[in-house]
Ligand binder design. Structure first.
Ligand code: SF4
Length: 296
């Protein structure tokens, strides 16, 4: 067990890039909490937390981490749902207690960005919010509806471009295998299309995991879900990458849910990544099915 100077409301999730960050749960759970594939916060009822509690925790975190961490992450699922007037005092307190940090980041839904004005976003950027992690999952409108994401291609695109216009970088996550065999091609192509329009700073692909089993997902997914083999998942990833035309996007597929770990800068390393997928495909038996690791 790692030492933690404050008590977290577990489970606590954070992106891999925030492993060395100070973490504060500005909110608990996810304000939406209804995506068909997601079990991360189903045991938690969403709530924001009183500023007095947050202030005390920031002070405690600063006592232990000031000078040792460069980054600060606001949890839980979509802390960016808080209004600018709720976020600003938290950011001010972090800046006051920690001094100069490289960045403050949070998970966000596109609608959390769209609900803020351009001016709000610029001020939040000035107060340290330099990166938003956004699990868009897919660029395919039909799949977005079937997984109950509460976003569309256009709300996703508009929200992300609005954040980027305010100078906030984005880290976008796509979920390979989200729609199974039936929706695989449209998922890969429309996901590539939206990423091409966004050109995010960071991009990652994770793979759909079914910790509660396939039947549980089939009930929640409003389409016909047919599980893909490992080979089919890699082919979907290949089709997605083949259709990306972006510049200077740092790409990773090193999440524990993936069968194949890839890393590179797109589009510079596109051919190398595609070659790595082809090599993996050559050694993957066609009947190999994905395991469902317990990654909740
Ligand atoms: S995927 Fe994100 S938005 Fe959807 S329920 Fe999970 S945490 Fe909430």
């Amino acid at each position: 067990m790692f030492f933690q100077p404050i008590a977290y409301d577990e489970p606590l999730f954070r992106p891999p890039g925030e492993a060395r960050s100070a973490i504060l749960q500005a909110t608990i759970g996810c304000a939406w909490n209804k995506c068909a594939f997601c079990e991360m916060y189903t045991a938690k009822k969403f709530r924001s937390r009183p500023f007095t509690q947050l202030k005390d925790e920031i002070e405690t975190l600063a006592k232990h981490y000031k000078g040792h961490v460069k980054k600060f992450f606001l949890g839980d699922g979509n802390a960016f749902v808080l209004s600018a007037s709720q976020l600003m005092p938290i950011l001010d307190e972090i800046n006051q207690q920690f001094g100069r940090l490289q960045r403050i980041s949070a998970y966000a839904l596109p609608k959390d960005i769209l609900s803020k004005s351009d001016q709000d976003l610029r001020e939040l950027r000035q107060s340290g919010i330099k990166l938003l992690y956004i699990g868009i999952e897919t660029g395919d409108d039909e799949l977005l509806r079937l997984i109950n994401k509460s976003e569309t291609y256009h709300t996703t695109l508009d929200g992300i471009l609005k954040a980027q216009s305010a100078g906030i970088d984005t880290s976008i996550m796509i979920l390979t295998g989200l729609g199974g065999k039936k929706y695989s091609r449209q998922h890969a192509l429309h996901s590539a299309e939206i990423i091409n329009q966004i050109n995010p700073r960071f991009l990652s692909t994770l793979t759909l995991s079914l910790p509660y089993g396939q039947e549980h997902y089939e009930v929640r997914f409003k389409g016909e879900y047919i599980q893909q083999s490992v080979k089919e998942l890699m082919e979907e990833m290949k089709l997605f990458i083949e259709n990306l035309h972006v510049e200077n996007v740092i790409y990773r597929s090193n999440h524990v849910s993936n069968s194949l770990a890839l890393a590179g800068t797109l589009s510079k390393d596109k051919n190398t990544l595609l070659k790595q997928i082809d090599e993996a495909l050559a050694f993957t038996p066609p009947d190999l099915m994905p395991q469902n690791p317990d990654i909740l």
